[in-house]
Ligand binder design. Sequence first.
Ligand SMILES: Nc1nc2c(ncn2[C@@H]2O[C@H](COP(=O)(O)OP(=O)(O)O)[C@@H](O)[C@H]2O)c(=O)[nH]1
Ligand SMILES: [Mg+2]
Length: 318
Amino acid sequence: MTGLAEDKLKLQLEQLIAGKPSALARTITAVENQTPEARYILKGIQPHIGNALVVGFTGPPGAGKSTLINAYVRELRNRGKTVCVLAVDPSSPISGGAILGDRIRMAEHTGDAGVFVRSLASRGHLGGLSRTAARVLDVMDASGRDVIVIETVGAGQSEVEIAGVAGTKVVVCAPGLGDDIQAIKAGILEIADVLVVNKSDMPQAENTKRQLRTMLHLRQASDWNVPVLGTVATTFEGLPELADTIDNHDEALRGADHKIDPHQRIRRVLAETLAHAIEDKLMGSSDPALIEVLNDVQSGELNFDEASQKLLEQMKLL
Ligand SMILES: Nc1nc2c(ncn2[C@@H]2O[C@H](COP(=O)(O)OP(=O)(O)O)[C@@H](O)[C@H]2O)c(=O)[nH]1
Ligand SMILES: [Mg+2]
């Protein structure tokens, strides 16, 4: 890197940490494209991560997640908080109807410098998408925004994985949709910190809330009791309560010193990065020690656990 290029990157990093929207937008694009610029900035932002409240909204399509997020953003702005919104929808390319719809819904907040909205284009496999989303969240966090909201469609394992980067997970569903309840039961109920029955202006809302509360009894007891809230995103009903509940969960998460342990996040990212580096190495290497392990597995001498253990020992990780 030339001195001039490095000066430019330093400036971009400074502007990002100062919260300048243009630096935020440019950095996110760099992260999506995995440029050298992104690698430099991702390194520089590390000391500035961990201050934002990160909340994920997930749930079946049509439950009203985008409308609810729009209302939640309005509530946060009323409270003087600055916000970033990240929409991750693997099924909708950036030019598709759903994202366009979100843009129009978010139009209420255009021109408000306290709200930054970004959609992640779906490309490549889902693991790649969730990795990109996690790095984009880090960039948003470092930009000094108070709250980061992430929207994902909750349908399968990959979305659960994406939601895993959020500190507080809100699962949104609509009343009277029996199949959705089944889908929620199958996976995303387990990850919920807050359950929302949106469209509570519709019949069946009370019934659905009751059903969800019954299902929650099957979950293992923990310090945090998952609340079931009713909202009407279109009329703002229940929004102050939802915002309070998210704040309470974030506080419970942070504990007495109001900090989220940075090592926990770094461990997770490092584990992911290392797994990929190992995969690349293993698939390409003709190192004699590796070939010996491959032969030992082929001959039945070592099982896969034993072979992994042996390689880890050679890496001095254990
Ligand atoms: N009746 C009613 N409709 C709602 C409510 N919230 C959202 N909707 C409507 O439900 C539809 C889907 O909403 P959207 O936010 O796109 O759902 P998403 O796919 O979960 O993001 C839209 O037509 C919304 O206007 C609500 O509280 N009550
Ligand atoms: Mg949506």
